[in-house]
Design a protein around this ligand. Structure first.
Ligand code: FAD
Ligand code: PYC
Length: 416
């Protein structure tokens, strides 16, 4: 650390950080914007950034009911991968994974992208055959994965139980070496700072409580900070999507449910990859602090609770112990939950709605963190043109009435 930064740190500490420059501006809302985005999670902020950067639309406000990144963006387990089955999904998730590779440079903000590799264990014949199919699909879509055998699985993840007589023995795995993790809240902060510098107003503590529609078209929103007019409205509120749709008078084919994660006490490095055991229903990675970051299935009943039920944690731990025996000796430190919005085909909804000028970006379920840059990229294009771009087009709301499902139940993996 240079002398300059030591002195400036000390000066700021004594001034109780009052003189620190804000990372993003804290404006009062204007009376009107070209575009209002509801939801200051990663997807909403990324959308605002790409609207300003790629499309020159900067008369934009992001309205967040709490603090930015306080929803699922700051609650997820940060897995990034693009090993999906369908071509439409590969276009979206691989675009996103590639944007992650250079996101720190793009935003001039260290989002700590760590392409440590993601391994999906095959513990049944059925699963092994399914992964062969995914493997070929990913190769065709230029998002390469490879099959690794039991011996290589043990090398990649020494804490795995490779006993052939285990109830669910390791048969091999699907390996995506350029998958990994990133720091979730840094993604939100990085997009927020960059968007704010380009003129976007980020307004926190500003719940949207109503949507004003005239002659079938949105004209504004009612918020905790007063009425704000807008020409276009982007609704990007994850677990609350159906509530916002309700305000605008249409329905979404989405169910909301709590998904949890938890961390162990910090231990010395024991694994340097992300590992997902989808048959037994659990996954893990190790944080820089040394905690094992663990997750599993969603709650088994619909709810809007940001906590989740005890049975889900108990079940995840029980499921993982045989495959990763180390877990039985660890103390678990803390647990949290987020509300995820699930569609029937486990793919997102991006595009127009029955109300003119209202667009949605939702239904990412348990797997939207990895899609943050790609989602923002294509939703910004959709909002600016008023029509979905090529990547977003297959994910329209109409697919549910037209029967064009993009079934990713298997790729959505462990948490569904
Ligand atoms: P959010 O970050 O939830 O942002 C939506 C925002 O809208 C919130 O901040 C909320 O406060 C705001 N809002 C809601 N209603 C209103 C309103 N009326 N007015 C104003 N603002 C409003 N995905 C992965 O890819 N990999 C993972 O490993 C992974 N793990 C997960 C683990 C857990 C425990 C959970 C809960 C999710 C996980 N996910 C994962 C899913 C991922 O977190 C989400 O899909 C993604 O973060 C959604 O981002 P978002 O910006 O759409 O939503
Ligand atoms: O989408 O990879 C994922 C994921 C893992 C856990 C929750 N979501």
């Amino acid at each position: 650390m240079s002398r300059y930064s030591i002195f400036s740190l000390a000066r700021n500490a004594f001034a109780q950080h009052r003189n620190w420059q804000r990372a993003w501006r804290d404006p009062e809302p204007k009376a009107a914007y070209d575009v209002v985005i509801v939801g200051g999670g990663g997807h909403g902020l990324a959308t605002a950034y790409y609207l300003a950067k790629n499309h020159g639309v900067s008369n934009v406000a992001v309205l967040e009911k709490g603090w930015i990144g306080g929803g699922n963006t700051g609650r997820n387990t940060t897995i990034i991968r693009s090993n999906y089955l369908r071509d439409e999904s590969a276009a979206l998730y691989e675009l996103s994974r590639r944007l992650f590779e250079t996101l720190s440079q793009e935003l001039n903000f260290n989002i700590m992208f760590s392409p440590r590799g993601v391994l999906m264990l095959a513990q049944t014949e059925h699963e092994a055959r399914g992964y062969q199919r995914t493997l070929h699909a990913t190769r065709l879509n230029d998002a390469p994965t490879s099959w690794v055998d039991r011996k290589r699985v043990k090398e990649l993840c020494p804490i795995v139980n490779d006993d052939r007589n285990a109830r669910y023995p390791i048969l091999g795995g699907l390996w995506q070496p350029r998958g990994g993790t990133a720091r979730h809240d840094a993604v939100a902060w990085g997009y927020a700072r960059a968007a704010s510098e380009l003129g976007v107003d980020i307004i926190q503590n500003c719940p949207v409580e109503g949507i004003d529609i005239e002659h079938g078209r949105v004209v504004g929103v009612r918020t905790g900070k007063g009425a704000i007019r807008c020409k276009k409205l982007g609704v990007v509120v994850a677990g609350h999507s159906t509530r916002l749709a309700d305000m605008a008078g249409f329905r979404l084919p989405i169910e909301s449910v709590a998904l949890q994660a938890y961390v162990s006490e910090p231990i010395k490095p024991v694994m340097d990859i992300v590992i997902m055991a989808n048959t037994v229903h659990g996954y893990m990675s190790q944080s820089d602090k040394g905690e094992l970051v663990i997750g599993g299935g969603a709650d088994s009943y619909l709810n809007y609770s940001q906590r989740g039920s005890w049975s889900a944690i108990e079940e995840t731990t029980r499921a993982l112990v045989e495959t990763f025996p180390i877990i039985s000796r660890l103390k678990m430190l803390r647990q949290w939950g987020g509300i995820v919005d699930m569609t029937g085909d486990r793919s997102p909804i991006i595009g127009k709605t029955p109300v003119g000028g209202v667009f949605v970006n939702c239904g990412w379920g348990t797997g939207g963190f990895k899609a943050t840059p790609g989602s923002g990229h294509c939703f910004a294009a959709t909002l600016s043109k008023g029509e979905p771009d090529d990547v977003a087009a297959p994910f329209s709301l109409e697919r549910f009435s037209e029967g064009r499902m993009i079934d990713e139940s298997a790729a959505a993996a462990v948490a569904h």
